[in-house]
Design a binder for this molecule. Structure first.
Ligand code: DGL
Length: 273
């Protein structure tokens, strides 16, 4: 079936509970500079990591609906927690209107290709760890791999507040990464899209002895491949990116500007009225 010409110029919709998904959005913008991004940060409901599966599904569907109303051609769930608990629900809801990409499958696929790894650590929100999605998917692709999963519930809120690169954040990170479960790992997945913002501190802890993976590059690669396969890659430089939040926060604006230049303008979208 011929692809409608203007579909190529439609935006990529990306969402997370807050600033975390900006790490993914920024990787997508770098890999695909002609694409327009419409980003939604659900700051009113953050952190997702402590919420029930039902709440996360409810938020994710409403945001997907909003992104479809903005005519997005593809939706990226740039949140591990929502990917773990609501990927199928969002896919069912969106149907054929757009392809939905999660952040778990691309990194699991990438990490299981590295034949040198034996013992993979996963740090994430409580909800992601409780779902056990990483261990299940990694073991499905390679049953010989050991997976050690550790919930690190303070980190996302701390990062969202811009509270990192200081003595206290280092002490919290140190405490989590010193847990006995993570002692033997040779690699670590930052299974929360907020965590690349503290990657430097995590690398300092491991001093080069552990390979650190985050979702951003693998997801950007998957988005590029999908748009190419569906023949809907943008072929013109598109309109400016748009950033929506469900509640205005200063740290969201600052982080968005760090990633996407000072021109970022935040719009509050009251989609739960
Ligand atoms: N950035 C999100 C994730 O990847 C969620 C953090 C949160 O809201 O708890 O899991």
């Amino acid at each position: 079936m011929p692809v409608k010409k203007d579909k190529k110029q439609q935006a990529i919709g990306i969402f997370d509970s807050g600033i975390g998904g900006l790490t993914v959005a920024s990787a997508i913008a770098k890999a695909l500079p002609k694409e327009q991004i419409i980003y939604f940060g659900d700051t009113a409901h953050l952190p997702y990591g402590d919420k029930s599966a039902d709440s996360i599904k409810y938020y994710a569907i409403r945001i997907a609906q909003f992104l479809l109303e903005q005519n997005c051609k593809l939706i990226v769930i740039a949140c591990n927690t929502a990917s773990a608990l609501a990927y199928d629900t969002v896919k069912d809801f969106v149907g054929k209107k757009a392809t939905v990409i999660d952040v778990v499958n691309p990194i699991v696929h990438e990490i299981t290709q590295n034949k040198k790894l034996k013992h993979i650590g996963v740090i994430a929100t409580k909800a992601t760890i409780k779902s056990d999605i990483y261990a299940k998917k990694i073991k499905h692709l390679n049953p010989k791999l050991e997976v050690a999963s550790q919930a690190t519930p303070l980190l996302a809120s701390m990062i969202e507040e811009g509270f990192f690169n200081n003595k206290i954040s280092r002490a919290i990170i140190h405490d989590y990464l010193s847990k006995p479960k993570l002692k033997k790992i040779d690699s670590l997945i930052l299974a929360c899209t907020h965590y690349p913002l503290i990657k430097k501190e995590i690398e300092e802890f491991y001093k080069g002895k552990t390979v650190i993976y985050d979702n951003a590059q693998a997801v950007a690669k998957m988005v590029a491949e999908t748009l190419k396969k569906e023949k809907i890659l943008s072929d013109k430089k598109n309109k400016v990116h748009q950033f929506y939040v469900s509640d205005y926060t200063k740290s969201f604006e600052e982080t968005a500007r760090n990633f996407f230049s000072s021109k970022v303008k935040l719009t509050k979208a009251s989609i739960w009225k």
